[in-house]
Design a protein around this ligand. Structure first.
Ligand code: SAH
Length: 455
């Protein structure tokens, strides 16, 4: 829908012309509850269809300066191909007191069609006062990013509560109540469809109680390129009071956090655990119990080799509310940015994600399951043990010629893709200085990178 107007009585619109402009405007008008008459000799298929369905009145005739009778109470959209005829009609209509919107001349219009983001009952309209439809569309797209699809639920929630708030609070306190409510975690609960919690919180606020607990957002930040964040991730990031982030979350993503959010680095390098996992779990609980919005930001996806599950178990045990936002995992991000489809009907019918992090130098991977010829193998955290991994795969029967790709700093501006074979990779590693993070992909799909790599 493009037009949001609330009418007290059904307005009558008359649209001159039935080309592409009319085809865009008429459905909009119908959706806004208007009655529409279209006057044109030839009509776009969409208009013909609406006329056939009886949803509009199409007066099929040639329009001339002399032929037209206008109605002072109607609203007119002038979208004929003939600009001078539009100008004459505009004059005639104004002479009897009618309102005109000219598709070909914003300056000669009495009203405009704003772009609308429809999240009923919430409507956000954007207008450039007719100066640039392209600018209006651009702004709408930008705004769409920040308005979650569930914002309509928020509208309904507030609408339902307004009545109760009105009954319980005098006018002077109502404004303060809603300001406090909007700043609380309640809206976020509504957006996350945690309605019972949202109701409880709202009731507590209404009774003048400070709700005790905050909330934890476990958010996947993706593999590195900030463009690969989800809308939801960005929204929650921007509402955080305190952030705990990992080593894999880069500067460009941290720059998207609110300036006043407190930040704690709790990353771990290999074998160097900056903050022990138990301590992280504890910190999340403590901060949330102080009523703060706690963002736990992790590289990739929090549920893939991310210990997200462990952190949530502690939160659940302490009855701290939480929500989880998936992120693009390194396998997906690196594969896409390296031009290596993880499955391909000519190469691999399945894909397997394993961790190559070897405890005490020993390998405990199920090697014989990993050497299936039509399976792509993705190895996370496997750089240090890679020579050993190559040797094990070969000794369990994987051909020495099997292609192996190493994606270094995947999706980042300095991403590099290294391609070799199981046999040659150990020597390759000795000759090249490769920086973490790296992801290893094994299988014949790796060869596609030479033709499908696009970065
Ligand atoms: N939860 C994360 C994985 C954490 S384990 C996810 O879903 O992606 C950390 C490993 O992920 C690294 O050792 C590396 O193998 C891989 N990794 C993460 N980001 C990467 C990147 N940008 N490029 C290459 N590998 C990456």
């Amino acid at each position: 829908m493009d037009l949001a107007l609330v009418w007290r009585r059904t307005p009558q619109f008359v649209v001159y012309g039935a080309g592409s402009v009319a085809a865009r405007r008429v459905p909009t008008l119908l959706a806004s509850g208007c009655r529409v008459t279209v006057i044109a000799q030839k009509a776009d298929a969409a208009i013909v269809e609406l006329a056939t369905q009886g949803r509009i009145d199409w007066q099929q005739r040639t329009v001339t300066q002399a032929s037209e009778q206008h109605d002072a109470n109607a609203w007119y959209v002038l979208a004929l191909d003939d600009s001078s005829l539009n100008a004459i009609l505009a004059q005639q209509i104004r002479r009897i007191g009618g309102q005109v919107c000219r598709a070909d001349a914003p300056d000669d219009s009495d009203f405009y069609f704003p772009a609308v983001i429809d999240r009923s009952p919430v409507m956000v309209t954007v207008s450039s006062s007719g100066t640039s439809p392209a600018l209006t569309r651009y702004l709408r797209q930008r705004l769409e990013t920040f308005l979650p699809a569930e914002i309509g639920d928020l509208g309904r929630f507030v609408r339902d509560w307004r009545q109760r708030v009105r009954q319980q609070l005098p006018l002077a306190q109502r404004k303060a109540f809603w300001r406090q409510w909007m700043r609380s975690v309640a809206p976020e609960r509504v957006l996350a469809r945690q309605t019972v919690e949202a109701e409880t919180l709202t009731q507590q606020l209404l009774e003048g109680k400070q709700p005790a607990r905050g909330e934890v957002f476990l958010v996947g930040a993706g593999p590195g390129d900030p463009d690969l964040l989800t809308f939801r991730a960005l929204r929650l990031m921007q509402s955080a009071d305190v952030v705990f982030y990992d080593r894999l979350v880069g500067e460009r993503i941290l720059n998207l956090l609110p300036a006043d959010a407190e930040r704690f680095y709790v990353g771990k390098a290999r074998s160097d655990h900056a903050v022990p996992q138990e301590r992280i779990n504890q910190l999340l609980v403590e901060q949330a119990q102080q009523g703060r919005r706690v963002l736990r930001l992790k590289g990739g996806d929090p549920f893939i080799f991310g210990r997200g599950g462990e952190e949530l178990e502690t939160l659940a045990a302490a009855q701290v509310p939480f929500q989880v936002v998936p992120g693009i995992t390194a396998a997906g991000g690196c594969a896409a940015y390296a031009g290596i489809p993880l499955t391909h009907r000519d190469h691999a019918q399945s894909v397997r994600f394993v961790t190559g992090h070897l405890k005490d130098g020993s390998c405990n991977l199920p090697w014989s399951e990993l050497i299936h010829p039509e399976q792509t193998l993705v190895i996370y955290m496997g750089l240090a043990g890679l020579p050993q991994i190559c040797a094990q795969l070969m000794s369990h029967g994987m051909p020495a010629e099997t292609p192996i790709g190493l994606v270094e700093k995947g999706t980042l501006p300095d991403q590099k893709v290294h391609i070799s074979t199981l046999r040659d990779m150990p020597a390759y590693l000795e000759e090249h200085e490769i920086q973490p993070p790296t992801l290893t992909i094994v299988g014949s799909v790796v060869t596609l990178s030479s033709s499908l790599g696009w970065r």
